[in-house]
Design a binder for this molecule. Structure first.
Ligand code: SF4
Length: 208
């Protein structure tokens, strides 16, 4: 069939465009406002009231901020420890003001002094009575290696021969500032520990 090229249209193309544009504008004018998100306020509340962290981070923060020291001062380094506890150096700034006579209420042992083999079983027993997790700071040359008494037949050449030591503070005796630095070092170490994962292993190792 032959199609005539002079076919007439009812509307011109510009009229059609105009009509279409008007239709779109009508639909737009009748469209509803976007419904606001009913939970939008939650975002702000979460930011203000919820802090996300790991269980380890919270436990480590609490533990490193409240180290309780068991009394175990067999020799002269103890006097520098006492000075560190006094008002001038004020070790309680680090949550360490509480000294415990009972090892069952302590989680830190600061070994301030020379240790003899005769006293070694007692110190080891005190350490074993401390609950997990627990830490040890070896304070002074005698605690680290036996110091000037190292070659003596009755001196233990370092507390690490009988119990695990976490931080060593050298000196004869170390000044209170050095001890405080040692405590801060221990706190940094505690902050990196994995209490939850490591606890069963520590308990298995136990108080051997
Ligand atoms: S390191 Fe020095 S001050 Fe400390 S217990 Fe030994 S001898 Fe005494």
């Amino acid at each position: 069939m032959e199609v005539s090229s002079d076919r007439e249209y009812i509307y011109t193309s510009s009229e059609l465009d105009k009509q279409e544009g008007q239709l779109i504008e009508e639909v737009k004018a009748g469209a509803r406002e976007t419904i606001p998100d009913p939970d939008a306020w939650l975002d702000e509340e979460v930011k203000r009231n919820i802090m996300l962290s790991s269980v380890d981070a919270v436990l480590n923060w609490a533990r490193r901020s409240s180290l309780w020291t068991v009394i175990c001062f067999p020799a002269c380094c103890a006097f520098e420890f006492i000075a560190a506890e006094g008002p001038r150096f004020d070790m309680s700034r680090f949550g360490m003001e509480i000294l415990r006579a009972s090892p069952r209420r302590a989680d830190l042992m600061i070994t301030a002094g020379t240790l003899t083999w005769k006293m070694a079983p007692v110190v080891r027993r005190i350490y074993n009575q401390m609950p997990e997790p627990k830490w040890v700071i070896a304070m002074g040359a005698c605690a680290i290696s036996g110091g000037i008494f190292r070659s003596s037949y009755n001196v233990v050449p370092g507390y690490n021969k009988i119990i695990p030591v976490d931080v060593y503070v050298p000196g004869c005796p170390p000044r209170p500032e050095a001890l405080i630095y040692g405590v801060q070092t221990l706190q940094k170490k505690i902050a990196k520990e994995h209490q939850i994962l490591d606890l069963p292993q520590k308990l298995l190792k136990g108080n051997k």
